[in-house]
Design a protein around this ligand. Structure first.
Ligand code: ADP
Ligand code: MG
Length: 255
């Protein structure tokens, strides 16, 4: 499903001060596209994802999922947070099923299939405390996928993981994206990750939070991080990212 964002504004009032978290954000994400969003801390990335997820309806402007105006959280949008948010008292398979019953043969079949996809076979009965960070995040991915989301929103999902696990999970995501055609919107602060996954990299700048640039990544999948054109794009994204960061200094010095 496509996501269409027009003239999006969101501000917060905190102890009599107004923070413009998002200002005039315009972004059209095609059905089945993989978009990555990168930008310095505080530029409104999480706010943007929460709005697309339907978790925050106090915004100005318009957000459409497919052709429909956003009305609230729905089964169309799945959300994966930076920390896995699993239930500690539930096994892996129960965490994936959550409010759905494993006694339902269709759910059972899908949960088993997802456990295989995220490579957790043998850990169905384990508890979150017995899992590594990467494994727990794979459970969270399976839980989101069980609901067959048409749009998957990922807020710095691999930020806390080591480089090896991170690369593995990036490939898991690309597999799912290829096989299911899910529209993916992933927020990251890792430039390599943004280029490795995204068909377009959206760069945001803070205060007020807005889209400062969109860089298309015309590299075929699977991508190689050591490749020369990858490195050139890396340079380009870094330069734009730095511009977005400099903006804070310029603005900050004026106050
Ligand atoms: P990012 O995810 O890019 O780091 P956020 O979307 O979390 O940025 O925040 C953007 C800005 O909005 C920040 O200045 C933050 O302090 C502010 N903000 C976000 N959520 C709230 C909230 N619930 N109440 C007040 N201010 C908020
Ligand atoms: Mg955030």
């Amino acid at each position: 499903m496509s996501v269409s964002i027009k003239s999006l504004n969101r501000s917060f009032v905190k102890s009599n001060q107004t923070v413009q978290a998002l200002q005039d954000v315009n972004l059209h994400i095609n059905k089945g596209e993989f978009i990555t969003i990168i930008g310095p801390s505080g530029c409104g990335k999480s706010t943007l994802l929460k709005i697309i997820a339907g978790l925050d309806l106090h915004f100005g402007g318009s957000v459409k999922i497919g052709n429909a105006d956003l009305k609230g959280p729905g089964i169309k949008q799945g959300f994966i947070f930076q920390e896995h948010r699993l239930f500690p008292w539930m096994t892996v398979e129960k965490n994936i099923a959550a409010d759905l019953s494993l006694r339902d043969p269709e759910i059972r079949r899908k949960v088993d299939e997802l456990i295989e996809i995220v490579r957790l076979t043998g850990f169905e009965q384990s508890y979150p405390r017995e899992l590594s960070g990467g494994m727990a995040q794979r459970v969270a991915i399976a839980r989101a996928l069980l609901r067959n989301p048409e749009v998957l929103l990922l807020d710095e999902p691999f930020g806390a993981l080591d480089a090896f696990t991170r690369t593995h999970l990036q490939d898991v995501l690309l597999d799912i994206w290829k096989n299911k055609g899910t529209t993916m919107i992933l927020v990251t602060h890792d430039v390599d990750e943004s280029i490795y996954l995204g068909k377009r990299v959206v760069i945001m700048s803070p205060r007020p939070g807005r889209v400062s640039n969109i860089i298309p990544i015309d590299l075929p999948f699977p991508r190689k991080k050591v490749n020369r054109s990858f490195q050139e794009l890396r340079q380009k994204v870094l330069e734009e990212f730095e511009k977005a960061d400099e903006f804070i200094l310029v603005e900050g010095s004026g106050i």
